[in-house]
Structure formats: C-alpha cells, structure tokens
Design a protein around this ligand. Structure first.
Ligand code: KG4
Ligand code: ZN
Length: 358
C-alpha cells in the first residue's frame, strides 16, 4: 500500500511517499526558516503564500525520488489540523483536488497523531499500551495510548508549548530563530546547576505543564543581571551559556519528570518522544535514563522526522486507510482538531480556570 502524504500546517511544505506505513520511499521538506527569520517567528500570511509556491514542486519531487507515478499511489493523506488556517488550507485543497482527480481515497490526518507516527520508521513496532510525549513549537501533550489509534490526553501545557518557550528565550537573547537548536548549542557550554529555576505546581493538582512562568523568570533574570542580547558575530558570555543550560534543564526535567510519574501510573510498554523539541539531545538523554530506570523502551524519530514532515502524515494516514476511515468530499481544514478519543477529559476540567503556585 503506497500513500502520498502532504503536510503544510505551519512553516514547512512537505510531501512524502510511504509504503505500508513503515517504509519511506521519499520525504521532501521545504522549510521556510529563512523567510520568517527576520521576524523572529512565523508570519502566517507569508507562510500560506509560500506554501502555494512550493506545494506543486515538493509533491512532484517526492514522486520523482520515490520513482512512483500518481496512478500508482493508493491514497492521499493530508494534515487537516491543527495548525495555521491559511497554511492548512493550501495542503488540504491541493490534496483534495489531487485525490478527486485521481479517483483515490483522501485521508485527513491530525497533525499531532502524525507526530506519534514519526517513530514508525526507524524503530521496532510500538508495543501497546504506550505513552507518547509530543513536544513541538505549538504543542506539549502527553498521551496514554492503550492501543493503536486510541488516545487519552493525560498531561498538556496550560500555556506555552515547550518549543515556544525555547523560541521566546532565544528571542530575548537574540540567538536567532528557531530558538531550540540555538539554545541547545549554547547550553552545551553552560553549567545547568549555576542558574536554577523552579517550576510552578498547578493548583488543581493535575500533572500538566506550564512554561510561561519559566519564560518570565528567564526574562527577569536577564533584566536583573544586565544581560544584553547578543550582537551579530559576538561570542556569547559564560553567563548566557549558563542561563541557556539552566533553562533547558528545567524544561527537560518538567517533561521527563512528568512522563516518568505517569509511566508509573499507566504502565506503558513503550515510551514515545516526538515533535521538534525531540531533536534536543538533553531531552533524549533524560528520556533514555528514565526508560532504563523503568525497563521500558523509548522510541524517538530521527531528526529529519522530529520536526514537521509528511512521512509521519502518510504513516498515520495508512493506519486510517486500513480502517476505511476515508474523508468525505466536504472535508476541510480544522484548526480546532484535538487528539482525544478515549476516556474523554471532563468538559468542566478542561475549561477550569488555572491558578499557578510558584
Ligand atoms: O514539530 P515542529 O517542527 O513544529 C511544530 O509543530 O511546532 O517543532 C518546532 C519547534 C520549535 O519551537 C523549535 O525551536 C523546536 O521545535 N526545536 C527544538 C530543537 N530543535 C527544534 N527545541 C529544543 N531543542 C532543539 N534542538
Ligand atoms: Zn509539528
């Protein structure tokens, strides 16, 4: 079964051809990093215009590299949401038209579920139940996955996503965009014990994440210690390196600490750590330590598959295709899509006003 995957939810235009949900025949990613760099973050209007320019050549290149012609594909899978509406619409409209023209099934994929499937290629098959930590620029969610395709959200961020916190700290210090890799690079030369930050506890006792207070604490530290943002070609001071190391260690300890705590409760057979922040070596090492301690395997995607890509969308799409979950012709982009279809969170709790204790 050969599926063409298309991803355009944020600032990467991507297409991939995947066989049987596990073998990548091609995976093309056209990144818009250079386009958004001067603004220090993604500009939605620019992103959708660039997707329009890139979608056709990216899909063609994916088919060319896979040596597959359009009539040979069995289905088209596309990211339906969540993401930026203008960006999503480009991929969804393109995929819909392609599938309709070819008379092939179309599958709408939840982007977050796509990240879960990013570990499907270079690891042994996932053993269920699993616990999946999806950490990216837009999301920080921990799912209990009792069986393939079932998700219970057991922890989520109440404010900023982990990647967003990395990006904002990098912006404060003028380290460049995206911030994650820049902060990680400087943290390598810093001492994580020098500058310590505390994490807030959430007053309703849920094991959720919160990174906005940490970002404010870093900003306060920068101000109170007279740290100047880096100028072009300036070497970062030891203080900035220590600050990056302290911040990174706090984020990692929150993510992995919560995963460990919930693993003790849910007894998973596999841990999954995916999403852009899963590129972070400190996070990988901490998750590996936890996995060894618990005697449970941990799977990561390779770096190419950690950030947004279409191979993961094709893999998730293959699963739904096998179950006959084909999109209607009326399907459209949906920025509000959630990934939760098992023991739904109580509405009351979801809407509860949150108080933090620092
Ligand atoms: O999954 P992704 O490509 O896009 C979203 O769906 O958001 O993730 C991008 C995020 C950015 O916030 C970026 O700063 C972060 O992943 N990131 C990292 C690293 N590489 C990328 N964060 C920490 N350490 C890294 N090495
Ligand atoms: Zn993503």
């Amino acid at each position: 079964m050969v599926v063409l995957g298309i991803e355009s939810s944020c600032d990467e235009t991507a297409a991939a051809v995947v066989r049987d949900g596990r073998e990548i025949l091609s995976s093309i990613i056209s990144s818009q990093i250079d386009l958004h760099q001067p603004f220090g973050g993604v500009v939605p209007e620019l992103a959708s215009r660039e997707h329009l320019n890139k979608i056709e050549p990216v899909v063609k290149e994916a088919l060319r590299q896979a040596k597959i012609t359009l009539p040979e594909i069995n289905a088209v899978a596309v990211t339906q949401g969540p993401g930026l509406i203008g960006s999503l619409l480009v991929g969804v409209c393109y995929a819909k038209a392609l599938a309709f023209g070819l008379g092939k099934p179309l599958i709408g994929v939840n982007h977050i579920e796509g990240h879960v499937y990013s570990v499907a290629f270079e690891n042994p098959p996932v053993q269920y139940p699993a616990l999946a930590l999806i950490v990216s620029g837009g999301h920080t969610n921990l799912f209990f996955v009792p069986e393939e395709g079932k998700y219970k959200l057991v922890a989520r961020t109440r404010d900023d996503a982990a990647g967003e916190a990395f990006d904002k700290v990098a912006k404060m210090l003028s380290l460049g965009y995206p911030g994650g890799p820049a902060v990680e690079r400087l943290a390598l030369g810093g001492d994580p014990q020098k500058i310590k930050f505390t994490l807030p506890k959430i007053s309703d006792g849920r094991p959720d994440f919160s990174f906005s207070g940490l970002k404010t604490a870093v900003s306060r530290y920068v101000r109170e210690n007279g740290i100047e943002p880096l100028r072009e070609n300036e070497n970062p001071s030891q203080l900035i390196k220590d600050l990056c190391a302290g911040f990174q260690a706090t984020v990692v300890s929150s993510l992995v600490g919560t995963m460990e705590k919930l693993a003790l409760e849910f007894h998973p057979k596999t841990l999954i750590v995916a999403g852009g922040v899963a590129c972070n070596q400190a996070l990988r090492q901490a998750a590996e330590k936890t996995s060894a301690k618990l005697g449970v395997s941990v799977y990561f995607p390779s770096k190419h598959l950690s950030t947004d890509n279409a191979a993961m969308i094709a893999a998730a799409g293959t699963f739904h295709l096998k179950r006959g979950e084909i999109a209607e012709k009326t399907m459209t982009a949906d920025i509000t899509m959630r990934l939760q279809n098992f023991e739904l969170e109580e509405d009351k709790l979801r809407k509860a006003k949150v108080r933090y204790r620092l």
